[in-house]
Design a protein around this ligand. Structure first.
Ligand code: AMP
Length: 283
């Protein structure tokens, strides 16, 4: 496994693979890797000749400076996970390589997909994601890039961004990996303490309850939201950031529940902000 901090070396290696007609899959990450990430890598390794992973905690996408400073780091452990998940190259840029001269003043937006959920509650977040991905995609001109549907809005925004800007790359969405109890795996879970780990399960409990109401025929989003909100409100440790039911393709509000529906939640447990979602299809 090649490990490099040098963007030129990384790009040359990828271009060399491509000149040999080897396909390249890419999974961008912020590190502190877990099985959710490993699942992306293994999926990529199954669909491409070479798999590339980047690990970079991107300051441009943190709207909360405290969250950035506290973001967990474990490069040694990450490299072990990459090695055992069939990764061929790990790109580990530092901040100065990624943003020489600091974070540039540029605003990248996909307005129709960036008007609710995390786009509203984390101003500037997706702009920062699109900035780092633009830079990463130049260094790593992969054939396919893999994104987790845990960050569902990110997946949709990136897919549209790549399409409208004409990056010759396919964006693949991968299902959320959960703990046995149902908690969506996240690097931020490591910051949950004591009882918070138990209470975090209320996110998936609320989502699954909403899903089952919709499957039973409930068509009114406000009815479903009320029941879901009650689940979250049953814990005094949970502070809901958003709870929304939207069209899963357009992220528009739905007056009547039909088609492919996204149920999405973000909540704080103490200082830790968690997100999760489910999609459900009804006719
Ligand atoms: P992050 O390191 O949090 O920026 O995540 C890097 C990639 O891994 C993103 O595409 C995430 O959506 C994906 N990811 C993180 N957690 C999970 C999970 N539990 N299941 C599937 N994908 C995940």
């Amino acid at each position: 496994m090649i490990v490099s901090k040098d963007p030129n070396e990384v790009r040359d290696q990828i271009l060399s693979w491509k000149s040999e007609k080897l396909s390249v899959g890419f999974a961008p990450t912020m590190g502190f890797l877990h099985e959710g990430h490993a699942n992306l890598f293994v999926r990529s390794a199954g669909e491409n000749s070479k798999t590339v992973v980047s690990i970079f905690v991107n300051p441009a996408q943190f709207n909360d400076p405290e969250d950035y400073l506290k973001y967990p780091i474990n490069t040694e452990g990450d490299l072990e996970i990459c090695k055992s998940s069939k990764v061929d190259l790990v790109y580990l840029p530092d901040k100065d390589t990624m943003y020489p001269g600091g974070i540039p003043e540029v605003e990248l937006r996909i307005p129709h997909l960036m008007k609710n959920l995390d786009a509203t509650t984390r101003p500037g977040h997706f702009e920062g994601v699109l900035l780092v991905l633009s830079r990463l995609f130049h260094t790593i001109p992969a054939d396919r890039s893999y994104f987790g549907k845990k960050d569902y809005q990110q997946y949709l925004v990136v897919k549209e961004f790549v399409k409208v800007l004409g990056f010759p790359m396919e964006i693949i969405g991968v299902d959320t990996v959960r703990s046995a109890e149902g908690l969506a795996l996240s690097s931020r879970n490591a910051r949950l303490i004591g009882q918070e780990k138990e209470e975090a399960l209320l996110l998936i409990r609320a989502l699954r309850l909403g899903e089952s109401l919709i499957r039973q025929g409930e068509k009114d989003p406000s009815e479903v939201l009320t029941v879901m909100r009650d689940v979250l409100d049953s814990s005094s440790k949970i502070q809901t950031d958003y709870l929304e039911i939207l069209d899963a393709n357009t992220l528009e509000e739905l007056p009547i529940l039909k088609g492919e529906i996204l149920l999405a939640v973000a909540a704080f447990l103490g200082q830790v902000r968690l997100i999760d979602n489910l999609t459900v299809k009804v006719s």
